[in-house]
Design a protein around this ligand. Structure first.
Ligand code: BGP
Length: 469
């Protein structure tokens, strides 16, 4: 029998997470190609510009200039005692078009320097291979993941980066929030619909192709970095039934299954049995090649990484919809709400950790959790973000309780330890950071970095390995 765990393990990974496109900027520098993130002026929840318009402001083009300022930024993360830092490699820095024959050396060099800097500062790099950054050429030329050719291009990219960084990076994630193919297929998979298409058909076909790519990338990974670990990454904020009416309860389970299906394929190695009914009812026919199911069965992930921001409630008959925070239904009267309508629910994290561990029995990694709020600088130049401290404290407490419940948790990387561009809405005003960045929604500001009150609090939390929680 497993022993009772009462504290965070010694090797627990503490740190923060960002994505290349939301932080780096330098969107065409040093041979980088265009990736889809460059074409969303108002975030992936909103319209995508097929052609970048001159004189229009696109927040990711400069973002917070992490590309040039990463040394300064990582020094601040070190001050907060991070032992882990998650970011993505932007695919289009390595293969500018996605289907190039040779990688872009300047792109490889940039990440070499970045990972060296993290390691020098005592941080384990955790790298996402694809975080809403599909090269635009792959979208235009091949229709993105609806085309199986993408599998080959993705594997070529994976092989290059696994080989190149094998001595530096031991923890990898395949597709960021792959289940957001359901909610935001443009951002998650570069899928933009043509008129008259059965959108669900396209989403599931593209997802299937991504599942095959996920499994084959794991196969490659195990050959190249056998001592490392690779995980899948899902958006798993949760949804409760709005009432105890059986229909609310049942349909909420069905909604949750639409996300867990993605985990089931990549963790259990097969589509769950309820998939057949969903596809039948939605007129979906998935093209699978001989051998696909075996590939998916043989090459599964080592751990489940996920984002958790909030909970919502679902009422029977309510259409399913969501955003970067997860599924979104009817507001819950028992919990607080942020100005963006995200409902804060620390106990929901404990609930979710237990739900996932019961189902999968593999290590879990909370790679995103954070509070997007409006921060103000007072007359002394301070930012007293006690609300952020409360948010993190309560979620970390919930995690500690989940450890006691017997859940295996590898680490916690707070989302957005430094203010970055919001992926859903393209704003800077929605700030997550322990570090403030002087930049606004219109692109004004000096980019100066400033520590918020939460900076010191988080540094202390990590120093104590969560003991004082
Ligand atoms: C997740 C994404 C992140 C991140 C976060 C917060 O969906 O993986 O990239 O940005 O949500 O969302 P937002 O930036 O829209 O507030």
């Amino acid at each position: 029998m497993k022993k009772l765990i009462t504290k965070f393990p010694k090797d627990f990974m503490w740190g923060g997470a960002i994505a290349a496109n939301q932080a780096e900027g330098a969107y065409l520098e040093d041979g980088k190609g265009l990736d889809i993130s460059a074409g969303f002026p108002n975030g992936i929840k909103h319209d995508y510009d097929q052609v970048i318009e001159e004189n229009k402001f696109y927040p990711t083009h400069e973002a917070i200039d992490f590309y040039h300022r990463y040394k300064e930024d990582l020094a601040l993360m070190e001050e907060m005692n991070f032992n882990a830092f998650r970011t993505s490699i932007n695919w289009s820095r390595i293969y500018p078009n996605g289907d190039d024959l040779e990688p872009n050396e300047a792109g490889l060099k940039y990440y070499d320097d970045l990972f060296d800097e993290m390691i020098k500062r005592g941080m384990q790099p955790i790298v996402t291979l694809s975080h809403y950054e599909t090269p635009v050429h792959l979208v235009k030329q091949y229709g993105s993941w609806r085309n199986r050719k993408l599998i080959k291009f993705f594997l070529n990219y994976c092989e290059t980066v696994f080989e190149h960084y094998k001595d530096k990076v031991k923890y990898w994630l395949t597709f960021n929030e792959i289940n957001n193919m359901r909610r935001m297929p443009g951002g998650a998979g570069g899928i933009f619909f043509k008129e008259g298409e059965n959108q669900q058909q396209v989403i599931y076909q593209a997802s299937h192709n991504m599942f095959v790519a996920n499994s084959l990338s794991i196969k490659l990974f195990k050959e190249i970095i056998p001592e490392g670990q690779i995980g899948c990454m899902l958006s798993l904020s949760n949804t409760y039934p709005n009432t105890c009416k059986p229909e609310d309860v049942f349909e909420t389970m069905e909604l949750r299954r639409r996300s867990l299906m993605f985990g089931d394929v990549m963790i259990r190695g097969e589509y769950p049995s309820y998939t057949a009914r969903i596809w039948d009812e939605e007129g979906i026919e998935i093209h699978m090649e001989p051998g696909d199911e075996e590939i998916i069965k043989c090459h599964t992930v080592d751990f489940l990484a996920f984002s958790y921001y909030r909970t919502s409630t679902h009422k029977f008959g309510q259409p399913f919809h969501g955003d970067t925070g997860g599924d979104q239904g009817t507001p819950n009267p028992y919990i607080e709400t942020t100005p963006w309508g995200w409902q804060i629910d620390p106990l929901g994290l404990r609930y979710t950790l237990n739900e996932l561990y019961d189902r999968y029995q593999i290590p879990l990694f909370v790679v995103e959790n954070g509070l997007g709020q409006i921060d103000e600088i007072d007359e002394n130049g301070d930012i007293n973000d006690d609300y952020r401290i409360d948010y993190v404290r309560d979620h970390v407490k919930a995690m500690k309780e989940a450890l006691r419940d017997g859940v295996e948790i590898m680490g916690y990387t707070y989302w957005g330890p430094i203010d970055i561009v919001s992926v859903g809405t393209g704003e800077m005003k929605k700030r997550y950071g322990f570090i403030y960045v002087d930049r606004d929604n219109e692109g004004n500001g000096t980019m100066e970095r400033r520590k918020k009150k939460s900076f010191h609090w988080y540094a202390e939390l990590i120093r104590n390995n969560g003991k004082n929680i």
